[in-house]
Design a protein around this ligand. Structure first.
Ligand code: NDP
Ligand code: BG6
Length: 513
């Protein structure tokens, strides 16, 4: 033990960027990156990781020398892996002939090694194969753990002890869930740190790689018009909304152990909230940004049961089609109380955000699929245009909407005079619609995050103290929900969710956008 740590310590940051680019180091040695997708036979690897790697290759973002290895227990050959992967690669960037050629070139760089996750010998065998491809160059190794959490530690132990780089860096991307409460998360962190330094652990939250989430800081800190308004003085409430128009299809086994609060709120929505609410960081350096995010999380009130509404979808027939209930999933116990929907009011007890409700809503099997941030501003003081001009300005306040997906957009709802000789007010949107403004397709979140991990950029990954602070907020609530066996409010598949969410918002004088 522990080649990994030695590998990390031998690489300085300027060397890291040279190596990421695959250029010669100071001794004239070329470097290479070996990317091992652990759990390569799984859903995430096929749907997201391999396509993202291909897109990076297509865009010439991968280093000159790289190899991709799939690792899993399934006994398949290199050719079978390539065949499997080829089905999910898309030529979204360039649909012409060149793309097919590029795909073939990429697939030639993909290999497969079958092994157990807890076998050091199997990782020793992988190490030998990686070395053959690395051909004596400085070797940098990235392991992507795309496997269920109960085998994370085995895989990290074996990879670190038997397949880490001897002369370059070794990094490990870890997929959520990072535990299911404060205790299990701390135990996972402790176990990971037996084998890895914190700098080697890249905890992924793919929402941080989404274009509009990344743009949040740019919007705020590079436009003079927003930052002065970004406080309790002008903002009435902030809403963070996630909805999917399908259920837990195929993932019920995983989901039932976690529920929507752990699956979406404690990570994706909370991360957005932290970025939204943080103070200006000292710089764009990963540690400076993460320091500010931690401060926000630590200033928040732990969630209380009375500030939460939970729901679970039930079967619904529409247009002759019957949509299943959550508990119709064979992998879900019939009497499961796991929430598939939750709404919550959160508060940040600091000078900027005192008493401003941050309302979160997340649900599966709802009427639409979207993720957005809605910022509702206070009403205009005074009475100049109130009441008699067509709209009620106490209600028609400005609202800034950041639509993370689908159809990315940022728009600001304003009140304006309807053209004509009279004086009537109307509502309009000042709209930045991405598809209209930019012709290039937006990269998938996994592309950005994989590239950052290869380049050693940690800004969009979760630091362990952020994770602790996030769990500290949600753990008491999750325990209470489970101990008291709180019965979720049932809502029909494809509906707008339980009415409890509206009562909760109404308590804070808020209407969901
Ligand atoms: P899968 O359930 O598809 O598992 C990935 C691979 O792990 C399987 O192909 C299988 O490979 C191996 N595996 C599965 N179960 C076990 C087990 N009990 N013991 C040992 N090996 C097992 O997972 P996903 O690909 O869906 O997800 C991977 C990780 O990413 C998980 O941590 C998940 O929570 C997380 N994640 C997934 C998302 C998704 O959309 N799928 C989204 C966000 C996070 P083999 O049998 O060949 O060894
Ligand atoms: C994952 C959740 O983290 O995010 C899934 O585990 C959810 O339940 C998914 O479906 C949503 O991601 P996206 O990028 O499709 O919005």
């Amino acid at each position: 033990f522990n080649k990994l740590k030695e590998g990390l310590l031998s690489v300085t940051s300027s060397e890291e960027s040279k190596e990421a680019a695959g250029v010669d180091d100071d001794n004239g040695n070329e470097s290479t990156v070996s990317i091992t997708v652990v759990g390569a036979s799984g859903d995430l690897a096929k749907r997201k990781i391999f396509p993202a790697l291909f897109a990076l290759y297509y865009e010439d973002c991968l280093p000159k020398h790289f190899t991709v290895y799939g690792y899993a227990r399934s006994k398949i050959t290199d050719a079978e892996l390539r065949n499997m992967v080829s089905k999910t690669l898309t030529c979204r960037i360039d649909k012409r002939e060149n793309c097919g050629k590029k795909m073939d070139q990429f697939l030639k760089r993909c290999f497969y090694h079958s092994g157990q996750y807890d076998s050091q010998q199997n990782f020793v065998d992988l190490d030998k194969k990686l070395k053959e491809h690395e051909a004596g160059r400085v070797s940098n190794r990235l392991f992507y753990l795309s496997i269920p959490p109960n085998i994370f530690i085995d895989a990290v132990r074996c990879a670190s002890m038997s397949a880490s780089s001897g002369n370059g860096w070794t990094r490990v991307i870890v997929e959520k869930p990072f535990g299911r409460d404060s205790e299990s998360s701390a135990a996972l962190t402790k176990a990971l740190k037996q084998y890895l330094e914190e700098e080697q652990i890249f905890r992924i939250d793919h929402y941080l790689g989404k274009e509009l989430v990344e743009n949040l800081s740019v919007l705020r800190f590079s436009n003079l018009i927003f930052e002065p308004l970004w406080s309790r003085q002008y903002i009435r409430n902030v809403q963070l909304i996630f909805s999917e128009d399908f259920g837990t299809e195929g993932r019920g086994g995983y989901f039932d152990n976690y529920g929507i609060i752990r699956d979406i709120m404690q990570n994706h929505l909370l991360q957005i909230l932290a970025l939204f609410a943080m103070e200006t960081p000292v710089s764009l350096d990963a540690e400076d940004i993460r320091n500010e995010k931690v401060k926000v999380l630590r200033s928040m009130r732990p969630l209380q049961l009375e500030n939460v509404a939970v729901g679970q979808y039930k079967s619904h027939t529409k247009g002759g089609v019957t949509y299943p209930a959550y508990t119709d999933d064979k992998t879900v116990p019939k009497d499961s109380l796991t929430p598939t929907f939750a709404a919550a009011a959160l508060f940040i007890d600091n000078a900027r955000w005192d008493d401003v409700p941050f309302l979160m809503k997340a649900g599966k099997a709802l009427h639409n699929k979207k993720a957005e941030i809605r910022v509702q501003f206070r009403h205009v003081p005074g009475n100049l245009y109130n009441r008699n001009f067509g709209i009620d300005l106490d209600r028609a306040t400005n609202e800034l909407v950041i639509r993370v997906q689908p159809d990315e957009a940022i728009y600001l709802k304003i009140n304006n005079k309807v053209p004509g000789l009279g004086m009537r007010l109307g509502r309009s949107n000042l709209n930045l619609h991405y598809a209209a403004r930019y012709s290039k397709e937006i990269p998938d979140a996994y592309e950005r995050l994989l590239l950052d991990a290869i380049e050693g950029e940690r800004r969009l990954f979760i630091r362990s103290d952020e994770l602790d602070a996030a769990w500290a907020l949600f753990t008491p609530l999750l325990k209470e929900l489970e101990e008291k066996k709180i019965i979720p409010e049932y809502y029909p598949y494809g509906s707008r969710g339980p009415v409890g969410a509206h009562y909760l918002a109404a308590r804070y004088n808020v209407r969901w956008g």
